[in-house]
Design a protein around this ligand. Structure first.
Ligand SMILES: Cc1cc2nc3c(=O)[nH]c(=O)nc-3n(C[C@H](O)[C@H](O)[C@H](O)COP(=O)(O)O)c2cc1C
Length: 289
């Protein structure tokens, strides 16, 4: 038996020796086929990884800038501030505030800015006031004060609602954030202790809800002896001139800096920041009538 196997081994050796170099090469390849499979798998893996890496690179090269441009654009459009128009609300009993509202609205329109006169009783603040925070309008409140510092009949509901909302946690302190407003109160300083109470309060309540004053509250005094400009009409005129100047500045800066010339939108952001900073300070100092 041992003899047979050693003979066959000799035969195989003999037959291998008899193979041509090509054939023996193929035979050794066959013997090492496992190593070859592993090497091929390794090469394929490396090739696949390289391909994925290259694809990723070309995506970020081609599409990346477009994406970041779009993001920048959307960031820019967030920062853009427009002035859509002016809403002039009046709280009036004998017509003075109503007359002022009409006068102001006409003058705003001559500047090319849309304006609307609104009887404050026809306006539901609960439904609509928060919309003014985002619709880019400026709201003006011309409100008279009556006996013991009470509002006119047409402004009763608005004032009640606003006073309650200003301290109601359900609305929150930032309920009117973004609302741009200005207040002119009508009163008579003869009523000591209640002089212009409604204008003062409306201004305060709007501010408490994070509304943004675009200028200092104005005061019109029917008492010609004490009126700063000699009459309530003159007081209103002086305030109106300042308001229109402020409005023009707002519209001009908004158009100039946000018309698309600015790619970064930074001017708009600066303006927004400026306005926010003016919320409690610039409008209480340096802009007195
Ligand atoms: C009966 C009466 C009560 C008034 N009470 C006050 C008051 O308490 N405080 C105040 O500042 N002005 C008071 N005023 C002045 C009015 O606010 C002022 O005349 C105002 O211009 C009226 O505006 P209107 O015509 O739009 O209603 C009172 C006026 C009247 C006739």
């Amino acid at each position: 038996m041992l003899c047979i196997s050693s003979v066959s081994a000799l035969e195989t050796e003999g037959s291998q020796n008899a193979l041509s170099p090509g054939e023996s090469y193929l035979l050794s390849v066959w013997h090492h086929r496992l190593y070859l499979y592993s090497a091929a798998a390794l090469l394929f893996g490396v090739w696949f990884l390289l391909k994925v890496a290259l694809n990723k690179k070309s995506f970020s090269k081609d599409v990346g800038p477009l994406v970041s441009k779009a993001v920048r654009r959307s960031e820019g459009s967030d920062a853009v501030v427009h002035l859509s128009g002016v809403k002039v609300f009046y709280g009036s009993q004998t017509g003075t505030a109503k007359g002022f509202a009409k006068e102001l609205s006409e003058e705003v329109k001559t500047l090319g800015i849309p304006a609307e006169v609104i009887d404050i009783k026809d306006y539901d603040p609960d439904d609509r006031l928060s919309n003014e925070c985002t619709n880019m309008s400026v709201c003006v409140f011309l409100v008279a004060t009556y006996t013991d510092g009470t509002p006119t009949v047409n402004a009763e509901w608005f004032c009640k609602w606003l006073e309650e909302a200003s301290t109601d946690f359900r609305y929150g302190k930032t309920y009117l954030k973004g609302l741009r407003y200005a207040v002119f109160g009508l009163g008579n300083s003869v009523y000591v202790g209640h002089y212009n109470t409604v204008g003062t309060n409306v201004d305060k309540w709007l501010w408490m809800l994070s509304g943004m004053r675009i200028m200092t509250r104005g005061e019109g005094d029917c008492n010609v002896v004490k009126s700063r400009h000699g009459s309530i009409q003159a007081d209103f005129l002086a305030w109106k001139v300042k308001f229109l100047t402020r409005l023009q500045a707002l519209a001009k800066r908004e158009k100039k800096s946000c018309s698309g010339n600015s790619t970064s939108g930074s001017s708009c952001q600066n303006m927004k920041k400026e306005q926010e900073e003016g919320r409690g300070s610039a409008c209480t100092a340096g802009q007195q009538l």
